[in-house]
Ligand binder design. Sequence first.
Ligand code: SF4
Length: 217
Amino acid sequence: MADTPKGAILQKDKTTYAIVPRTPAGLVTADILENIAKVVRKYEISVVKITSGQRMALVGIKGEDVDAVWKELQMDVGQATELCVHYSQACPGTAVCKFGVQDSLGLGLELEKMYEGMQFPSKVKFGVSGCPICCGESFVRDIGVLGKKNGWTLILGGHSGGRPRIGDVVAEDLTTEQVLALVKRSLEYFKENAKKKERISAFIDRVGVDTVKKAVL
Ligand code: SF4
């Protein structure tokens, strides 16, 4: 079988590929959308699917077209299978939402910029919400951040898969600088102590949230 082209995932038909361009915090522009539409038409890409990670999967690309598609899209690869940070999902927060009490979009973009593609023992996903209504799904992401009037709450170990887990609240009333520092310490601790392919949820179940708190707070 031919090598998998860069940034592509072989599909069920064992012939065509899917790619996921990087769209930090799900933000796109008219230029990005127009360019995607142009490429989708030109290469007859059969399925364009919005994912739960606020990205667009382009599915059904011929192997020989993958490199040209990436070149014409002029977008970075959004990681989808590697053991690394895949994406930061963020709700609109104070940028546009009337309920927002914290700038979740700004923090989500900052986290994406800091960690996108960085290698870890398993995949890592962020969920950032601008108020307790929690549209950014912060309690079911590996690292969740939730905005309240008094500051940010950090939640670790959420998971939305077949064995869902509600994340553990690790600290509350944090400033943006404090939450960024705590995310950094949490990821360092996870990197040093987790087994390969162990998600943060399984890691916390194994070592206990109190152990994690003691190490990072
Ligand atoms: S979590 Fe709050 S701030 Fe974010 S979109 Fe939902 S209601 Fe708005």
